[in-house]
Design a protein around this ligand. Structure first.
Ligand SMILES: [Ca+2]
Ligand SMILES: [Ca+2]
Ligand SMILES: [Ca+2]
Length: 444
């Protein structure tokens, strides 16, 4: 199916859904703290996209090694990582090529993300997350080192498997890898797939699917390629079973079947998560099903354990939308938007904390892959989140990252959906810089 066809089907579907939605459903009350497009930021802000490089095969992410080199690493879905040097030149020879290990025949599969170890400059370690060809598309998180001789090449012999997550279906694989200010690796893990969370992963604490995971890559054991941070919220210390003398609060914390890697749960497809490098707050953009896309916010003082509601909730709405007297479950998002009006697949971009564009400081940027719209989010003086549309483009954002200074970058790709597809048949994708408008020419 071509992109054009898909766009057409999407808009037809959206219209149908809109009509059925309006005719049969009462619009669910929206908590005061959940913003929707149409809001206004308290500052005057105009942004634009400036093209940095193009010619990429389905680029899905961009990341900086934060090693003073000024390089950016662009993740291509088929299993390749390319380097853009400090002058904006794409190096011909890739940093990493693991195409033979990565399955990418379906659009939601492939190499999802790359993250450099916080001490990369000294230990040369980095991590990739992908769907594995030889394990039926299971998600693998693998550690490599950059070559000791050539910083522009990965050392394939240094490979170490950190984690394998079984994937029952080819879609909804999440993908994000990001180190928190605490030095632990946070992983966005999708609900496993098909539609409607058929395996019930969202609220099932015994699976790694539909979770934000938090692991320690600096330790490992005989049965795990990583360690469990001692303050992860679902750890149940071994204790003697007693009925009395245990408080209700304590019982509420005991989850003998829970996976200790869990940091938060009830997410559907967290493709992009980003920490605010200044405050340590975490933004989780969670791709929704058919009706609503959502953005969740986790303050830096969170102790973990949040339930973001899936599959009881999609945004602030019950799932399915027709559910009568459905309970309100979990933490509500700070922002949501409808498939009818604004898009189909949320891509979080990040909080700007750079030095070049002061008008953007502290704003969280988020975009949609289907509509090409970009929004800014921040809290107003009353503490209410605002979501203002800043751009309506023809590009299709797939991922994002920031350079050492904090400038934000976006990858875009006009990929086909519905596969099987060869990523090298897709229109080449591009890398863009998000800037103040006055500093560049606007994208389409
Ligand atoms: Ca990342
Ligand atoms: Ca899956
Ligand atoms: Ca939710």
């Amino acid at each position: 199916m071509t992109t054009q066809t898909f766009r057409h089907l999407t808009s037809t579907l959206s219209l149908t859904l809109a009509l059925s939605f309006l005719s049969t459903h009462w619009i669910h009350a929206q908590p005061a703290t959940t913003a929707r497009p149409g809001g206004k930021l308290s500052r005057s802000i105009q942004v634009s996209l400036e093209k940095v490089a193009d010619g990429f095969a389905d680029p899905v992410n961009v990341v900086s090694p934060r090693d003073g080199s000024g390089r950016l690493f662009v993740v291509e879905r088929p299993g390749v990582v390319k380097i853009v040097d400090k002058d904006g030149q794409v190096l011909k020879r890739p940093f990493l090529d693991i195409k033979e290990t990565v399955v990418s025949s379906f659009l939601e599969q492939g190499l999802y993300d790359l993250e450099f170890h916080p001490d990369f400059k000294n230990n040369r370690k980095f991590y990739v997350h992908y769907s594995d060809m030889w394990f039926n598309g299971d998600s693998f998180i693998v550690e490599y080192q950059a070559s000791a001789d050539n910083p522009n090449r990965a050392d394939l012999d240094s490979v170490r498997v950190v984690m394998q997550i079984e994937q029952p279906y080819s879609n909804h694989n999440g993908g994000e890898l990001v180190f928190g200010p605490d030095g632990y690796l946070y992983i966005g893990s999708g609900d496993g797939g098909w539609e409607g969370d058929v395996i019930g992963a969202g609220q099932d604490l015994s699976t790694l699917l539909a979770k934000v995971l938090r692991i320690d890559v600096n330790t490992s054991s005989a049965d795990r390629g990583y360690g469990i941070p001692g303050d992860n919220p679902m750890i149940t210390p071994l204790q003697q079973m007693v009925l009395f003398g245990v408080s209700e609060e304590r019982f509420a914390q005991i989850h003998p079947n829970a996976r200790p890697e869990i940091w938060a749960y009830g997410v559907r497809n967290p493709v992009k998560m980003t920490f605010d490098r200044k405050t340590g707050d975490l933004y989780i953009a969670d791709v929704g099903q058919n009706h609503w896309e959502e953005i969740n916010f986790q303050p830096s003082n969170s102790q973990g354990g949040e339930n973001y509601g899936w599959k009881f909730m999609c945004g602030t709405h019950p799932f399915p939308l027709s559910a009568k007297n459905a309970p309100t479950v979990g933490v509500m998002p700070i922002g949501e938007y409808s498939h009818v009006t604004d898009g189909i697949c949320v891509i979080g971009i990040g909080v700007y904390r750079g030095t070049k564009y002061p008008s953007m400081d502290g704003v969280y940027f988020v975009a949609d892959w289907g509509s090409g719209k970009f929004w800014g989010m921040e809290r107003d003086q009353a503490g209410q989140w605002q979501m203002q549309e800043l751009l309506d483009t023809e590009v299709r954002p797939t991922g994002a990252g920031e350079d050492e200074d904090g400038t934000l970058y976006v990858t875009t790709a006009t990929s086909n959906y519905g596969g099987p597809v060869n990523p090298y048949d897709s229109e080449p994708g591009a890398l863009w810089r998000l800037t103040e408008k006055s500093k560049s020419v606007a994208a389409q």
